[in-house]
Unconditional design. Sequence first.
Length: 168
Amino acid sequence: MDVMQAMKERRSIRRYQDRPVEDEILTTLMETVRLAPSGNNRQDWRFIVVKDRDQIEKLAATAGQPFLATAPVIVAGVALNPGRVMRCGVPAYAVDLSIALTHLLLAAVAHGLGTCWLGWFDQDEAKRTLHVPEEYKVVALITLGYPAENPDFRGRKPLDEVVSYDYF
């Protein structure tokens, strides 16, 4: 599957089959995040692959979203330098981890897997659950597994509403 097809087929999946994700596929997906670009190639990140059922249930509780507990895998993207701000005034971790985790989402689709990006969780509880040191930041939790649903496409704004050339 090419990248454009993966982008068209990607959906936020909130129900998963009771089927493990093969370790070989997980390794391939983690390779896609490892290869993602980052500002100055700093790679100020860590990706925690959670497969333990108790850990997954605890993470679902930090988000108050029970569907997380149906996923066979959750990947946490962690910023190792959350204080770094780019010259343009934007936190570098937000950009770098978004790029890497988008690689993960698209690669997952290409392997027949579904994902859901979550930013709605309790930061302190997620850190405690994952044993993340205080100075770091959990940026996102990504559910990962074989979909047990096929949501309809939710639509997107037309190109002329989101793209302009040369000026705003």
